[in-house]
Design a binder for this molecule. Sequence first.
Ligand SMILES: [Zn+2]
Length: 307
Amino acid sequence: MRHYCVGVLLLVVLVILSCQTQPEQEVITPSFNAERAFSYLEAQVKFGPRVPGSPEHGLCRDYITRHISKGAKVLQTQEFPIDCFDEPARGTNIVAGFGNEIAPAIVLACHWDTRPIANLDPDLENRDKPIPGANDGASGVAVLLELANQFAEKPPPRRVYLVFFDAEDAGDYRDCDWCLGSQYFAMNIDTVFSSLPAFGVVIDMIGDKDLSLPKEVNSQAAAPDVLRHVWGVAERLGYKQFESKMGPSIFDDHIWLNRAGIPTIDIIDFDYLPWHTMGDDVDKCSKESLKAVGDVLYALVYEKHNL
Ligand SMILES: [Zn+2]
């Protein structure tokens, strides 16, 4: 009898313990292929600078479109006239929807153009040259192109839109003359979505070898729940590049998505010495950095949550 009581007690304790250790949400192991993503970063840099209006820009536009058209359920391009450092050019945003049309959708975005002038280069002679844009341009695209492979193979549980903005770096911080692609996108949001996506994540300059991702101020203000969740996923996956401290306030493509009514955060490493210099090249980037961001976005898409 006594043994029987102890046995029952032990069983009750075990049941309670097992209930307490149940995870609150479904957890998956991300399988983002960083080797392949890095090869996409290199391929873009190989085209040359992707300055709006240049032939290299056209090559990269076709490269992105060809790549994502394989698994996308919907594909849309938006063309618009721009002034890129006072030169008239045409910009192109590329939008691809993956997975079943289950709302509300998720938006993952980056910019694919590169800056026409290396205005912060220490060498004065370089300052009117276009930058290679390995980190500032190619890194975000590389991560989204690899996610497109994953989405094509294993459709996301709800609709995910990959958005490649053009002309982010087409101006010099006067009168909103940069982030032109996302601005155009926000102004014409009704032509893309029949109902607004639940939230968005912009990634920019996330390839830096020495990656540090503090929380961005405008993201915290506009989409605190998204920011908390994404940083929580990163912490669980052990990616210390996502830091709990606040970083600077940045005007990036997420501002226009927020103005269009989509709560959006910006994942960005602004602490990058070769920023807007000829030094922004492949050797400053690493596949480990792409992996950290790619895995976090992968988990964000495939895991259940309340966002
Ligand atoms: Zn830039």
